[in-house]
Design a protein around this ligand. Structure first.
Ligand SMILES: [Zn+2]
Length: 157
């Protein structure tokens, strides 16, 4: 039986329990599954963040290169560009001119994080799951760009 034990390090390590061992034992935690879920969610949120840039810039034929910037022109520092976290920390407004950051950015990042995590749980080969995640990103990006072409930035806020 596997259980978690905290060593001096920052991360729990797996140990094999003794059958006659006493002391507190933590119920088995599927660390592999949890790690895969977190990794998939991270990639999903990062993909959602990238799709947000594509959806925002593509309809206006802006380059996808270059750092993100506020509508006032200020280039965003890295910590204001973190998927999901930055929007929540900033309360949905830019730190410089307090311009509202569209909520769909947050929704897109969360939705992609959940989508990638759910795809990661499917009992399919890794290549198939990766393909599904890529297909989901292409579909969401295509639909997003299409919607952005039909509605102005303000209408999408
Ligand atoms: Zn600004």
């Amino acid at each position: 039986m596997l259980h978690l034990r905290r060593d001096s390090g920052a991360f729990p390590t797996l140990h094999t329990a003794c059958a006659s061992g006493s002391g507190s034992t933590v119920p088995p935690v599927p660390t592999d599954t949890l790690a895969i879920l977190l990794l998939a969610a991270f990639y999903g949120a990062a993909t959602g963040s990238f799709l947000g840039v594509v959806i925002e810039r593509r309809p206006d034929r802006q380059s996808l290169n270059g750092r993100s910037h506020c509508v006032c022109g200020r280039q965003l520092p890295i910590w204001e560009n973190l998927p999901i976290v930055s929007w929540l920390v900033l309360g949905g407004r830019s730190s410089c001119c307090h311009t509202p950051i569209p909520a769909w950015y947050l929704g897109l990042e969360v939705a992609m994080a959940v989508t990638f995590a759910l795809i990661a749980l499917l009992p399919l080969p890794l290549a198939v799951r990766a393909g599904l995640a890529a297909a989901a990103a292409v579909v969401v990006g295509t639909v997003g760009v299409s919607r952005r072409r039909r509605f102005s930035r303000e209408q999408l806020l």
